[in-house]
Design a protein around this ligand. Structure first.
Ligand code: PHE
Length: 434
C-alpha cells in the first residue's frame, strides 16, 4: 500500500492528462499503457527485489551487491540526485494543490478577492508559502519513520479518489462538448505516434510508477521476505494506471466542455493547449461551474489529491534521507531535516520561477529516470544476475525462479527493457533519427 501511495500522486492527476493533451490524445494513452507493462512493471520488480535483498538505501544496496566496485554505487547516487531535483518541483505542484483547498473554501464563504489570489499560480510568495508548508509536513512524517500511517492513508485515499473521479466523470460526460473530448481520448490516431510522444510516454511511466531513482529500492528494503513481489508490483502498476486513466477521462472531456463554454483550448495548429497549469485551471473552473455543491466536491478533491501528493513526497524524501541515515550515520531526524532543507532551498527558487518546471520535467523525468532504470536493469541482469534476483523473489512466490514467470521476466530485464530505454534515450538526443 505504501508503494501504491508513492506511485499514485500528481503524476497521475497532473502529469498524465497534461501529457495526453500535448501528445495528441489516445495515441499517447496506448503507448503509455505499453510502456507501463513492458518496461515499468519489470523494472518495478527489479527495484523491489534489490531493496528487499540488501535491506539498504539505493547507494548502500549497489555497494552491498558489488563489494569493492566504485562505479555501481553511482547508480544509487544518480537516484538520490534525481529524487532531490524531482522533489524540488513536485513540492511546488503539491503546494498548488494544497492552496486550492483554501481557494475553494474561500469561494464557499464568499471571499472572492482571496479566492482570486489563491488561484494565481505565478504568485511566488504564495507558492513559496504553500510549498514550505508541504515540505515541513513531509519532513515531519519522514523523520518519524515510514510508518503504518502512510499505508492507512493510502488505503483510504485511493478508493475515495477513484469514487470522486468516477462521479466527476459521470457529470462531465453528460455535458455539451464532452463527446469530442472522449473521442480524442479513446480513439487512437496512430499517425500521432512519433519519437517525442514515445520519449514522453516512457518518462511519464517512470515518473508515475516512481521508478528509476530507487524509491522502490528503499521501500523494497522495508518489505518482508514472505511478501509476493510480482503480485505487489502488478497491483501497484494496475492501481496507478487506473487512476491515471480516470484522470484523463475527466480532464480531456472537461477541456472540450470548457470550449463549448467559449474557453479557448486549441492552439493555432489545432492541437490542445497544454501547460504546467492546465489541470489547475480546468478543475477549479469545473468545480466553480457546479455552484456550492461543486465547491464542496472541490474541497474534497483537493484534500484527497494533497494526501496522494503527500504519500509521494514522503517516498521521494525517503530516498535521500535513508541514504544519509545508512551511509553518513545521521539520525533519522537529522537526515530528514537535512534532505528536506536541501530540497526546500531549490524549491523556493522553483516557487518564484514556476516556468522552470517544464525544463526540470524534461531533464529529470524524461531523461533521468529512464537512465536510472536502464542502469538498474543492466546491473541486475548482468552483474548481480537475474538468477540471484529470482532467488530473492522466490521466497515470497515459490516457483518464480524456474518457472515461465522467471524466464520471461529475466528476458525483459536483461534485453527488452534496456533496449527499449536505450532506443528512446538515443531518440531524445537525436542520435537515431527514425
Ligand atoms: N509517482 C509519483 C506520482 O505519480 C511521483 C514520484 C516519482 C514519487 C518518483 C516517487 C519517485 O506522483
Amino acid at each position: 500500500m505504501a508503494a501504491a501511495g508513492s506511485a499514485v500522486g500528481l503524476g497521475n492527476i497532473w502529469g498524465f492528462p497534461n501529457q495526453v493533451a500535448s501528445n495528441g490524445g489516445a495515441a499517447f494513452l496506448l503507448v503509455y499503457i505499453l510502456c507501463c507493462f513492458t518496461v515499468g512493471y519489470p523494472v518495478m520488480v527489479a527495484e523491489l527485489a534489490i531493496g528487499r535483498n540488501t535491506k539498504k538505501n539505493p547507494v548502500g544496496a549497489f555497494k552491498a551487491l558489488s563489494p569493492g566496485n566504485t562505479i555501481a554505487p553511482l547508480i544509487g547516487m544518480w537516484g538520490v540526485l534525481c529524487g532531490v531535483m524531482i522533489m524540488a518541483f513536485y513540492i511546488v505542484l503539491a503546494g498548488w494543490t494544497f492552496g486550492f483547498i483554501f481557494e475553494q473554501s474561500a469561494g464557499l464563504i464568499g471571499m472572492s478577492d482571496l479566492k482570486g489570489q489563491l488561484s494565481d499560480l505565478s504568485n511566488g510568495h504564495k507558492n513559496a508559502f504553500f510549498s514550505s508548508l508541504f515540505i515541513v509536513l513531509t519532513v515531519w512524517i519522514v523523520s518519524r519513520g515510514v510508518s503504518s500511517g502512510i499505508e492507512r492513508a493510502a488505503k483510504t485515499m485511493m478508493p475515495a479518489l477513484i469514487l470522486l473521479l468516477v462521479f466527476m466523470i459521470g457529470f462531465i460526460i453528460s455535458q455539451k462538448g464532452a463527446t469530442e473530448g472522449l473521442l480524442l481520448y479513446l480513439r487512437p490516431d496512430l499517425s500521432k505516434i512519433n519519437s517525442t510522444l514515445i520519449v514522453s510516454a516512457l518518462g511519464q511511466a517512470f515518473f508515475s510508477l516512481s521508478l528509476g531513482m530507487g524509491a522502490l529500492i528503499t521501500y523494497g528494503s522495508y518489505m518482508d521476505r514472505r511478501q509476493n513481489i510480482p503480485r505487489a508490483a502488478a497491483l501497484v502498476t494496475l492501481a496507478d494506471l487506473s487512476i491515471a486513466f480516470l484522470a484523463g477521462l475527466l480532464i480531456i472531456p472537461a477541456m472540450y466542455v470548457a470550449q463549448a463554454n467559449q474557453v479557448q483550448i486549441l492552439d493555432d495548429q489545432g492541437s490542445l493547449i497544454s501547460s504546467t497549469g492546465l489541470v489547475f485551471s480546468v478543475l477549479p473552473s469545473l468545480f466553480d461551474s457546479l455552484g456550492w455543491l461543486g465547491t464542496i466536491f472541490g474541497i474534497l478533491f483537493f484534500v484527497l489529491l494533497s494526501i496522494a501528493a503527500l504519500t509521494s513526497t514522503i517516498s521521494l524524501l525517503e530516498v535521500p534521507a535513508s541514504y544519509l541515515i545508512d551511509e553518513w550515520g545521521l539520525s533519522r531526524r537529522k537526515a530528514a531535516v537535512g534532505a528536506g532543507t536541501c530540497v526546500g532551498v531549490i524549491s523556493i527558487f522553483v516557487a518564484y520561477r514556476p516556468e522552470t518546471i517544464g525544463l526540470m520535467v524534461n531533464v529529470f523525468n524524461d531523461f533521468g529516470l529512464p537512465l536510472g532504470g536502464l542502469l538498474i536493469c543492466l546491473f541486475l541482469g548482468f552483474f548481480w544476475t537475474s538468477k540471484s534476483a529470482l532467488t530473492e523473489i522466490e521466497s515470497g512466490r515459490p516457483g518464480s525462479r524456474d518457472g515461465i514467470y522467471g524466464r520471461v521476466w529475466s528476458v525483459c530485464v536483461r534485453y527488452i527493457c534496456p533496449t527499449l530505454i536505450l532506443v528512446v534515450l538515443c531518440h531524445k538526443f537525436g542520435i537515431l533519427a527514425v
